[in-house]
Design a protein around this ligand. Structure first.
Ligand code: ATP
Ligand code: MG
Length: 747
């Protein structure tokens, strides 16, 4: 081993050590937020490699988000050294599946150049099918249903779905839609997100040799795996059933994407010798934050109960504020961010702050307030840089360059820049392609050759445009790309920009010069991202799977398809920033994408009934867990808030979320949110200048009850008194300070 036992186990508590070093083949860690599950999983990866002699390339580690994968890789690399972490098969289930399919997909008849259909593509394709076949189903409902079938691992025509016949409205139509959808995907040589998993299951069932090297499989955020991911996990581990899972049923928030909490118990049933470990210390949140979060999750009577104790007390009481409107709320958030940073004596930076939202749509006011205040921010989850119109166009061009048979992508760029082809014509051409056995590309080529057998008529002008300004330049670029290594990803994009006269096109399409300039700046950022991707790829061989005797691997080396796959799969990773990685920025994220992450200072705006729980949500318990996930991201300062008016669009007053209402009196709901001494202590410990166990709250016994710790500042304070300006008015600072330093009166 290159690392000493000591180095790997240093700083871990007993339970964590036991999990890391367990000799059991299956280990299941079930524990609450901030208890070091991910930390422990990471240490176990290193342990297996360094003390069990397993090669990194024989270890599969699945994380839930791209960001989490990156962070884990960074952590492992620090301990392991020698760049050995690059050999690990580490990523989200989807990205791991993609790698196997790229390497071995041809064994199950997959064309090597398959592309990935993102949600947008899937929606469009299904929408068209419903219209064309006049199916009496709602397209988004159909999409969800199809996805659910795939997540279960059942085919459209299987027994299981027939059993559903009585329960599902219009099952026959849904099945027709499903079949047609698969046909269209196949014709365009695309796999959707679910297909990546479904096809990978097929591959590993038929060709187990692909994973014959795998010695260990480790899964983070296990509570959010669905049926097909469970199958995949078992297939990965079919050679050697060494499986480690870590999860927390209280944080299961992807039921709407068919995640099954039941997988937790299924594992224990199927692997009865599993070593179960629970971790009971929370190293993340202050006692006040943890207590309140637990108070919220405890409202769920049916939940599986676990112990979770705080290890530090540094932080203020969580704050709850009621503001007038979404824009005053956003302004308040911004003013509190500034105050926190100033009061910390510049020890906290923008990086230490996150704003977590129930839905991406809520970001508008926050973006505008942050912008006005000149506070830099980045957005993760749900807000897709790649979804911007001008970027999407470029991506679709790249997709067509890579796969001319991608009808959908081609349809979307046919008239961008404008070529005098109307929407109706595009639709007709697309339909012609979809009902004939030709691709849209071939249909267009036919037109341009002057072949009059094509059904859809287009004008002479449009024909010339398509021929001269679309197909020809694309063919030229395709030829250059195929020619080889001299012509890279950045060259491809640059060529495209020139051929399309893209900057001019933006100026023409967007009269407001500032708007056009912003879009052009986005294009430049896209170029920078592509350059970075190409450079990273050159430096690593991470996508090559280990060699296996007797199995031919297709080399997954072309940069363009890999960039496109990365674009499709990275939609939950960082999306919009200033380009400068090192500059500290405030994070705006959906709660879903914030899973597993932590920040010293966390804001959760819009905690009103209808936002959380969301009006359209069907599972109230899942909404509560979502709030619990949001609150437990905070280390020291937690701010909840909601606007009295606005947001729902019905003009009615908003009511505080029913999850918070019963505990609202425990929040600090008037007066200053914290004072300077507390702030600088918080900042110090976060900068690791103080060990976590050294307590500044000398007067407080370690086993306080919730009531002791969270007594209301003013027991009479009701919701009605939570005023918008209370936080900014100074208030009784000395009393707050006294309480924080010496505990509540009577202690
Ligand atoms: P979540 O459920 O939110 O994913 P988690 O259980 O995965 O949380 P981690 O993210 O692994 O928790 O750990 C939370 C924080 O606690 C991290 O900052 C981690 O470095 C720290 N931590 C974990 N274990 C210890 C320990 N034994 N001593 C000190 N700090 C620890
Ligand atoms: Mg975690």
């Amino acid at each position: 081993p290159t690392t000493s036992k000591h180095a790997i186990l240093k700083g871990l508590n007993d339970a964590q050590r036991r999990a890391v070093t367990s000799d059991s083949d299956t280990v299941a860690i079930l524990a609450g937020p901030g208890s070091g599950k991910t930390h422990t999983l990471t240490a176990r990866v290193v342990w297996l490699i360094d003390h069990k002699g397993i090669r990194p390339e024989d270890v599969i580690v699945a994380t839930f988000t791209v960001k989490a994968a990156r962070e884990m890789k960074d952590r492992i690399s620090k301990v392991l050294g020698n760049n050995r972490e690059t050999k690990l098969i580490l990523g989200t289930f989807h990205s791991i599946a993609r790698r196997y399919l790229a390497a071995y997909g041809r064994h199950i008849g997959l064309s090597q150049s398959f592309g990935i259909a993102d949600s947008d593509d899937s929606n469009k394709i299904i929408g068209r099918i419903c219209k064309r076949l006049q199916l009496a189903v709602d397209p988004s409902g159909a999409r969800a249903w199809i996805s659910k079938q795939k997540a279960k691992g059942t085919e459209a025509t299987s027994k299981a779905s027939r059993k559903e016949a009585g329960k599902v409205d219009g099952l026959q139509e849904l099945e027709t839609c499903y079949r047609e959808y698969q046909k269209q995907l196949k014709a365009s040589n695309l796999l959707d997100y679910d297909d990546l998993l479904v096809s990978c299951v097929e591959l590993l069932q038929k060709f187990p040799a692909c994973v014959s090297n795998v010695q260990a499989v480790l899964i983070d955020e296990y509570q959010d795996t669905n049926g097909i991911q469970y199958d995949l996990m078992k297939l990965f581990a079919q050679q050697r059933k060494r499986i480690t899972t870590v999860g927390d049923p209280d944080q299961s928030i992807y039921g709407w994407r068919s995640a099954e909490i039941r997988n937790l118990w299924k594992l224990l049933r199927e692997f009865p010798k599993t070593d179960e470990v629970s971790l009971e210390q929370n190293y993340r949140s202050s006692q006040a934050i943890l207590d309140l979060s637990l108070e919220v999750i405890k409202q769920d009577q049916k939940r599986y109960k676990k112990v979770l104790k705080p290890t530090h007390n540094r932080g203020s009481r969580p704050v709850l504020r009621r503001l007038k409107s979404p824009s005053t709320e956003a302004d308040w958030v911004v003013s509190e961010i500034r105050r926190a940073l100033v009061m910390s004596g510049a020890m906290l930076t923008h990086d230490d702050v996150a704003i977590l939202l129930r839905s991406a749509a809520l970001s508008r006011h926050l973006e505008s307030s942050l912008g006005k205040a000149g506070i830099p921010y980045r957005m993760i989850g749900g807000f897709k840089f790649y979804d911007r119109e001008e970027i999407k166009v470029l991506i679709n061009y790249l997709r067509v360059i890579h796969q001319p048979e991608n009808n959908d992508a081609l349809a979307r760029i046919m008239n961008v820049p404008k070529r005098g082809i109307g929407e109706v014509t595009v639709k007709r051409l697309l339909e012609e392609a979809e009902t004939s056995s030709l691709s849209l590309w071939s249909v267009l080529s036919k037109h341009c050759r002057g072949d009059r057998t094509a059904e859809t008529k287009i004008t002479k002008h449009a024909e010339q445009q398509i021929s001269g300004n679309l197909l020809r330049p694309l063919r030229e670029i395709q030829a250059k790309v195929q020619e080889g290594p001299g012509f890279g990803l950045v060259d491809t994009i640059q060529h495209l920009l020139t051929k399309l006269n893209f900057e001019e096109h933006l100026k023409r399409d967007h009269r407001d010069p500032e708007d056009a300039a912003q879009r052009w700046a986005n294009v430049q950022e896209f170029l920078a991202l592509a350059a970075e991707f190409a450079r990273d790829l050159e430096l690593s061989d991470e996508d090559a799977l280990p060699e296996i005797d007797g199995l031919v691997q297709t080399k997954d080396a072309e940069v363009l398809p890999r960039f496109l796959a990365n674009v499709s799969l990275a939609s939950d990773a960082q999306t919009k920033g200033d380009g400068e990685e090192s500059k500290p920025v405030v994070t705006i994220s959906t709660i879903h994408a914030a899973k597993g992450l932590e920040w010293p200072v966390v804001f959760v705006p819009a905690v009103y009934d209808g936002s959380i729980p969301h009006v359209r949500s069907e599972d109230g318990d899942e909404e509560r867990r979502l709030l619990y996930v949001a609150m437990t991201r905070a280390q020291s300062l937690l701010y909840l808030s909601f606007p009295v008016f606005g947001g729902k669009g019905d003009g009615e007053r908003n009511k505080l979320s029913p999850f918070i209402d019963p505990v609202s009196r425990y929040f600090l709901n008037k007066g200053p949110c914290f004072d300077r001494p507390v702030m600088s202590e918080i900042a110090k410990v976060l900068r690791r200048q103080l060990p976590p166990d050294e307590d500044i709250y000398k007067g407080l016994p370690n086993t306080m009850t919730m009531e002791d710790n969270m007594f209301p500042v003013d027991p009479e304070a009701t919701n009605a008194e939570i005023g918008p300006r209370a936080g900014l008015q100074g208030g009784d600072a000395s009393r707050a300070k006294r309480q924080r330093l010496h505990g509540p009166p009577g202690n």
